[in-house]
Design a protein around this ligand. Structure first.
Ligand SMILES: NC(=O)c1ccc[n+]([C@@H]2O[C@H](COP(=O)([O-])OP(=O)(O)OC[C@H]3O[C@@H](n4cnc5c(N)ncnc54)[C@H](OP(=O)(O)O)[C@@H]3O)[C@@H](O)[C@H]2O)c1
Length: 199
């Protein structure tokens, strides 16, 4: 499975770090270009490489972590994602004011899914603060809970394998409607909580 990451800010770079620590290769793209990624790439070599927008959007699993209002620029224009898995790590906020985007009754991941036609969307790698997301999921001695939601069970199996590989404890919350609602910020009860399973 080829993995792409769109966005190299707090969340995108945290995902890159936790994947690299587990030896999982990924290709990343941001808005400003490869020059701005030098420090991140040097820290996570050889697992993380920079790619073009086309490279990254063409991956089998594409993590998307960009400001909501930038999603159109970042991932728009693909007419058919062909069943590839797109992981929605985003919050539907208008900007630094944290004003919620009007979603007309949809969960944010249902709205996100409308932007990636033909993709199998999983909401994941989203509820945790970035410094925890970047860290070792076993740091407290147990395994950190990592929630996911999605309407395609086979896509959640693949994301679950990644969560297992990085040492997290996967919890499937159901579909984008019911599970997405629990995970989304603002509104859901789970964002920013740090649950750890002690066996
Ligand atoms: N920070 C949190 O605590 C947190 C937690 C959960 C979820 N989220 C959500 O996760 C998403 C990302 O948040 P963040 O905190 O990581 O934001 P951030 O630190 O501001 O980083 C945003 C990233 O998006 C990139 N980007 C913007 N436009 C792009 C485009 N057209 N193509 C490719 N990349 C583009 C930026 O590129 P440059 O590097 O070139 O500027 C930057 O790397 C948001 O939807 C946010 O609401 C955030």
């Amino acid at each position: 499975m080829r993995i792409g990451i769109v966005g190299a800010g707090a969340v995108g770079s945290a995902i890159a770090a936790v994947l690299a620590r587990a030896g999982i290769e990924a290709t990343i793209v941001n808005r400003r270009g490869v020059g701005s990624l030098a420090v991140l790439l040097a820290g996570l070599a050889p697992h993380l490489t920079a790619g073009t927008r086309e490279d990254v959007l063409g991956a089998d699993i594409v993590f998307v972590a960009v400001p909501w209002m930038r999603l159109g620029d970042a991932i728009g224009g693909v007419s058919d994602w062909g069943g590839r898995i797109v992981v929605d790590c985003n919050n539907a906020l208008e900007g630094p004011s944290f004003k919620p985007v009007e979603l007309n009754g949809l969960t944010s991941s249902e709205a996100f899914a409308q932007m990636v036609p033909g993709a199998r969307v999983v909401k994941a790698f989203n509820h945790m603060l970035p410094h925890l997301l970047a860290g070792d999921p076993r740091a407290e001695g147990g395994r950190r809970a990592m929630f996911m939601a999605g309407d395609e069970p086979a896509a959640k199996v693949e994301i679950g394998k990644i969560i297992d590989a990085i040492g997290g404890y996967r919890i499937d919350l159901g579909g984008l409607r019911e599970g997405g609602r629990l995970m989304q910020f603002p509104g859901g009860p789970l964002p920013a909580l740090n649950f750890v399973l002690f066996d």
